[in-house]
Design a protein around this ligand. Structure first.
Ligand SMILES: N[C@@H](CCC(=O)N[C@@H](CS)C(=O)NCC(=O)O)C(=O)O
Length: 230
């Protein structure tokens, strides 16, 4: 048995290679941004999973049948053949990546994995949640889902420019946000950027790097297929 390394209080066990349960159903809403992130990853990997579309505006995700099956009132949710239900977009993407490692979108070694995770989180907690916060708190249709605080929506709108500027800077001299190829960070970013159209946020002038990257992203069949239009 291997000795514990410096600073380790346990003896790491060798990885087993268990038979992983198969995805059997994706609770989906193609118009919503988080499910769209999963749908783009699936399309890039050429993976098909049976889907059940949930009507959020009609409260399908708050119905007892959905809550009994999933446990939380959000999509996406991925049901596996052993009964496990994965929620959280990033967790679902990670499982899909484990089952279908190519094309690699979440890192091929620990350093890449960490850098991609870092950018994915920066984009998600930055631009993505800012645009989502603006939409949820300022669009009258969203009052059925959100206890709206208009001032919060306005404050989120004010922050969008800074997040776009950060991506413009990051993309100087680079084709992709996190690695030398498409990753989940690019997918989260393009979904957020597309959502700025829904809140009628005009793209600031002069963001050449971001615009070029966005044109490349929007030309990919995966982003055209999995398109939100809320
Ligand atoms: N942290 C979750 C968030 C999922 C989420 O917010 N989903 C939205 C659709 S994009 C939803 O189901 N909203 C239902 C509601 O707000 O009631 C994830 O990463 O998947």
């Amino acid at each position: 048995m291997a000795a514990a390394g410096p600073g380790l209080r346990y003896t790491p066990k060798p990885m087993e290679s268990p038979m992983l349960p198969d995805p059997v159903r994706l609770y989906d809403q193609p118009r919503a941004p988080n499910p769209r992130r999963v749908n783009i990853v699936l399309a890039e990997k050429g993976v098909e999973i049976p889907r059940e579309t949930v009507d959020l505006m009609q409260g399908g995700h708050r119905a007892s049948a959905f809550l009994d099956a999933v446990g939380v009132s959000q999509v996406p949710a991925l049901v596996l053949s052993d009964g496990t239900v994965l929620t959280e977009t990033q967790a679902i993407c990670r499982y899909v990546e484990a089952l279908h490692p190519e094309p690699n979108m979440m890192g091929a070694d620990p350093l890449e994995q960490a850098v991609i995770e870092m950018w994915q989180r920066r984009v998600e907690f930055g631009l993505f949640l800012t645009v989502a916060g603006c939409f949820r708190h300022s669009n009258p249709h969203m009052a059925v889902l959100e206890h709206q605080v208009p001032e919060y929506g306005a404050a989120m709108r004010d922050r969008i420019a800074g997040h776009l500027e950060a991506l413009e800077t990051r993309l100087a001299g680079r084709d992709w946000i996190a690695a030398d190829r498409l990753t989940v960070a690019d997918i989260t970013a393009v979904v957020a950027l597309d959502f700025t159209k829904v809140i009628k946020y005009p793209m600031p002038e002069g963001m050449k790097n971001l615009n070029n990257w966005a044109s490349r992203m929007r030309a990919r069949p995966s982003t055209t297929l999995a398109k939100e239009s809320a």
